[in-house]
Design a protein around this ligand. Structure first.
Ligand code: AMP
Length: 188
């Protein structure tokens, strides 16, 4: 089973992803985590990505597409949970096309919906609790939310229109309530 989890920054994708991979035995691919690790290692990829992510902008497609393809090649025997990829329509087409070329597919997508004012409150909290630099500056957080609205929502619509099972969840509920809804709707 391959799943994509969508949601604006601070929607709770990371928390739900951990529960999903444990429960369904999936392998987690978070492009944001990969880019943060590359940045810590000070690689060319990490430095290049940081130019964009420090402003809250999406990094260029060719950088993330390479990460996703190489991760897929190494892990394709497993079911995958894509977290933070795709982020726009071109990335969505890229993912669906290369899965299809490998006789594989996305089974379901999950979309966690949270209003902007709550996302901003959560950002303030996470900046302190997890020392996340990208959450500390409210302008950067607003840019990331706007990037989600401008580019990622159209990607969700694109995937939905292909007929893939789409599970939309109110992400302001408790972690456990959200997870129960995910389980119920993925089992269908
Ligand atoms: P995340 O932890 O998923 O919110 O990602 C952190 C940052 O990494 C984002 O704000 C982007 O700058 C970058 N990033 C992660 N995934 C992608 C992607 N699929 N496309 C473009 N940029 C990405």
């Amino acid at each position: 089973m391959n799943i994509i989890i969508f949601g604006p920054p601070l929607a709770g994708k990371g928390t739900q992803s951990k529960k999903i991979i444990e429960n369904f035995g999936l392998t987690h691919l978070s492009t944001g985590d990969v880019l943060r690790t590359e940045k810590t290692k000070n690689t060319d990829l990490g430095k290049k990505a940081e130019e964009y992510s420090k402003e809250g902008l999406l990094v260029p497609d060719e950088l993330v597409m390479k990460i996703v393809e190489s991760f897929y090649t190494q892990n394709k025997g497993n079911g995958l949970l894509f977290d933070g990829y795709p982020r726009n329509i071109d990335q969505a087409k890229h993912l669906l096309d290369f899965l299809k070329a490998d006789n594989n597919k996305i089974d379901s997508i999950i979309y966690l919906k949270v209003p902007k004012n709550i996302l901003l409150e959560r950002a303030e909290k996470r900046a302190i609790e997890e020392n996340r630099k990208d959450d500390a500056d409210s302008n950067t957080v607003i840019t990331r939310i706007n990037e989600f609205s401008s580019f990622t929502i159209p990607a969700i619509e694109y995937i939905k229109e292909t007929g893939i099972n789409t599970v939309e969840i109110d992400g302001t509920q408790t972690r456990e309530e959200i997870f129960q809804l995910i389980i119920q709707n993925l089992k269908k």
